[in-house]
Design a protein around this ligand. Structure first.
Ligand code: FES
Ligand SMILES: [Fe+2]
Length: 362
């Protein structure tokens, strides 16, 4: 059973979280709350991204309400200035600057078309730990995506992606198909990953995939969902004509896409959901890229409505205990891995309090 107690910690801090698409961060103040931390981001003149705590050292006014000039932020209340390292460089009406005057900064790194922010101990911020979303900038793949603000616990989005059975019911007019809900699947997990593999053999393709393949006839369809802790899921999807060997590794007659998802907690009950859809066919067709992006956006809108309704119901029923079905196996592994990460950074006394609450619900 799973508990979604509102007071339990829901996300680790020692993690790289996608804070923005690369194009969102320009030479302007950009506020965003990441894992409960209010942060203001901006691009310096040298192209690097700075991330400062969005609260002035003097009286806590959000720095994002101030001004950016020459890589320095001026607070919009009394004019304290900060450089991109968070150091105060100017105080009005006084010569000396209090040596403690400054705001926290967060490590940043740009990769896979996203700006990543590390919200925990800066000494642990190793860019090698950024989740693998290389398809997003790999020349062998073409695509695009968006970010949506969803009013739900980020783990509900992860649950949704780890179990695509919901396609049959939530997305019945596009990618949904009875075969998704009826086909068996395998689940594997590692230290930081969980993978759900589902093959639907010899089926009539759903409308979306039939159109992508552009050939008549029955297909083998695959969905290989890979979770990488704490909040990234890449989904290898596609179809190939039945009998051309896709289940044995030869996908040359088929079409292949990846749904790339990284879901950044904003608060305990809201998140920033970054996604992209990339494909390995018709790479030069920008019109197709745009059409697919907008098509996927409308499919994800269906998820958003369900997830927000679910979050609301959870808030109204805080003591409800969730039962796990076979279809929840992938989500259970991802939640277990997240819980382990949280426990590893929770002081023992606090962990004991959280543990007793969790045990009570099991
Ligand atoms: S609150 Fe920022 S300068 Fe006073
Ligand atoms: Fe969905």
């Amino acid at each position: 059973m799973t508990t979604l107690k509102p007071n339990a910690k829901t996300f680790p801090l020692n993690a790289w979280y996608a804070a923005a698409w690369d194009h969102e961060i320009q030479q302007a103040l950009f506020p965003r709350t990441i894992a409960g931390k209010k942060i203001v981001l901006f691009r310096r003149k040298d192209g690097q991204v700075a991330a400062l705590e969005d609260a002035c050292w003097h009286r806590l006014v959000p720095l994002s309400k101030g001004h950016l000039k020459d890589d320095e932020v001026t607070c919009g209340y009394h004019g304290l200035k900060y450089n991109s390292h968070g150091r105060c460089t100017h105080m009005p009406s006084q010569e000396t600057i209090n040596p403690s005057a400054g705001v926290r900064t967060f490590p940043t790194h740009e990769q896979h078309r996203f700006v990543w922010v590390w919200t925990g101990d800066p000494a642990l911020a190793d860019p090698a730990k950024i989740p693998d979303l290389h398809w997003n900038h790999d020349p062998n793949w073409a695509g695009d995506g968006k970010v949506i603000h969803v009013k739900c616990d980020y783990r509900l989005v992860l649950d949704n992606l780890m179990d695509l059975t919901h396609e049959t019911f939530v997305h019945s007019t596009t990618i949904g198909d009875d075969a998704v809900a009826e086909s068996p699947f395998d689940v594997h997990h590692g230290e930081k990953t969980a993978t759900v593999t589902r093959w639907m053999r010899d089926i009539v393709p759903p409308p979306f995939w039939g159109a992508q393949l552009g050939k008549p006839g029955r297909v083998d369809r695959w969905q290989i969902i890979r979770f990488e802790a704490p909040c990234t899921i890449s989904i290898d999807v596609g179809v190939a004509p039945t009998g051309t060997g896709a289940p044995d590794g030869d996908r040359s007659q088929g079409v292949n896409g990846f749904v790339l998802n990284t879901v950044t907690p904003e608060t305990e009950t809201t998140c920033h959901y970054f996604w992209a859809f990339v494909r390995n066919y018709k790479l030069g067709e920008q019109l197709l890229t745009t059409k697919l992006r907008e098509g996927v956006a409308s499919i994800f809108r269906e998820d958003e409505l369900i997830l927000e309704a679910q979050q609301q119901a959870i808030a109204e029923n805080p003591d409800h205990v969730f039962y796990n079905l076979n279809i929840d196996a992938g989500a259970m592994w991802s939640r277990r891995i997240i819980d382990k990460m949280i426990a590893a950074e929770t002081p023992p006394s606090h962990a004991a309090a959280l543990g007793s609450r969790t045990a009570a619900a099991q």
